[in-house]
Design a binder for this molecule. Structure first.
Ligand code: AMP
Ligand code: ZN
Length: 137
């Protein structure tokens, strides 16, 4: 399914040009126009899924294999010093384009990408409670 109002549907399906570095029948990978660091790219499925909750299982497993392949390739070509792979779901989590995408972010010593969070402090009783709530057997 495509969403006619979605910019990533249009880019992924070639209706809007992009700086594409990889394409197959399910995905397009193109360079981000607001890169966190040099070479920042996005893996985008050609079908419309708003987020990870909606993403179809086969694509979900394929996307990380593709991420690994591209991370290896980009690291070799760009000589980056590290690599972030990240993915946002929901506005509160920083998602701004509501079509699933995986960020591939090459990292360089001294870059200004600033991908961090403020660490809290995990209390033992809270950890125990969360384990009780979240454990999947
Ligand atoms: P997120 O905040 O996780 O939803 O990421 C959206 C990303 O898409 C941001 O890094 C934007 O810079 C990027 N972006 C938005 N529009 C375009 C576009 N037309 N072409 C390439 N990247 C885009
Ligand atoms: Zn879309």
């Amino acid at each position: 399914m495509k969403d006619s109002t979605c910019i990533f549907c249009k880019i992924a399906n070639g209706e809007i040009p992009s700086s594409t570095i990889y394409e197959d029948e399910d995905f397009r990978v193109f360079l981000d126009l607001g890169p966190a660091a040099r070479g920042h790219a996005l893996i985008v499925p050609k079908e419309h899924y708003a987020n990870i909750y909606e993403l179809e299982d086969t694509l979900c497993s394929r996307v990380f294999l593709l991420a690994k392949k591209l991370a290896l390739h980009m690291t070799e070509v760009l000589h980056c010093d590290g690599f972030n792979i990240m993915q946002n779901n929901g506005a509160v989590a920083g998602q701004t384009v509501f079509h699933f995408h995986l960020h591939l972010i090459p990292r360089y010593e001294g870059d200004k990408a600033g991908i961090r969070w403020n660490p809290g402090s995990a209390k033992p009783e809270e950890l125990a409670k969360l384990v009780e709530m979240l454990r999947v057997d």
